[in-house]
Design a binder for this molecule. Structure first.
Ligand code: HEC
Ligand code: HEC
Length: 163
């Protein structure tokens, strides 16, 4: 009997401890992410993780391309804006949303995020963090080969060639 009582007391105590632990965690969970300026503030961990993996994958980088590590605490500080790449990613996200809404008539999903029906990060980046903004080199000496369309789309003039 005494043993049973002890077990009962232990069980009661441990469930109280569990309850306290759960309730003390809850406010933290409710606060969610600390520094979302362009993404919906109520994203779940899973939803935010999906976006972050899409961005990393599209640029061919790891999380630390945009996020700094807190060396004192020995962990990533995802809320920090210390890396300029993070701010650039925000601008890119806004640009992408504008393009999709204005030119692809994109709707928003249930989270309020613009659907990437036209372009996404990968459309331009193709696994490269810094896509080349240069135009391709012209082929052949001194310009396009004979007969190739001129930049305007009209055929290059061909001397006395009659059309
Ligand atoms: C190309 C840049 C980029 C990469 C790569 C990236 N992130 Fe982010 N991350 C951001 C930006 C920008 C925000 C803030 C979004 C906003 O302002 O709404 C953010 C926000 C976050 C947050 C929320 C922090 C807070 O409390 O506000 C977490 C967590 C996070 N990222 C985790 C990750 C993880 C994990 C990876 C790697 C899988 C990753 N990120 C890769 C740009 C990036
Ligand atoms: C319309 C094409 C396009 C789209 C869409 C696009 N990017 Fe970019 N991005 C570029 C170009 C071009 C550059 C290089 C700009 C430069 O030369 O300064 C760049 C640069 C960046 C950089 C800076 C890289 C560096 O080396 O510092 C980040 C970060 C970035 N993009 C993130 C993103 C993310 C995240 C998305 C999706 C939300 C995205 N981009 C969508 C074209 C695009």
């Amino acid at each position: 009997m005494l043993i049973n009582k002890k077990i009962l007391v232990t069980l009661c105590l441990s469930s109280v401890v569990t309850l306290v632990a759960l309730t003390s965690m809850k406010p933290d969970d409710d606060k969610g992410y600390k520094n979302l300026k362009v993404l919906p503030k109520n994203l779940t961990h899973e939803q935010l993780g999906k976006v972050m993996h899409e961005w990393s994958g599209s640029l061919g980088v790891h999380c630390d391309f945009c996020h700094v590590r807190n060396e004192a605490e020995k962990k990533m500080d995802f809320a920090s804006d210390a890396k300029p790449e993070k701010e650039m990613a925000r601008k890119m996200y806004k640009m992408m949303n504008k393009i999709n809404q204005k030119y692809f008539e994109a709707k928003k999903d249930s989270l309020g995020m613009v659907l990437t029906s036209g372009v996404n990060c990968y459309t331009c980046h193709r696994g490269d963090s810094h896509p080349d903004a240069k135009l391709p080199e012209r082929k052949g000496p001194g310009g396009p080969p004979a007969g190739a369309p001129a930049p305007g789309g009209t055929p290059a003039p061909q001397g006395d060639h009659k059309q």
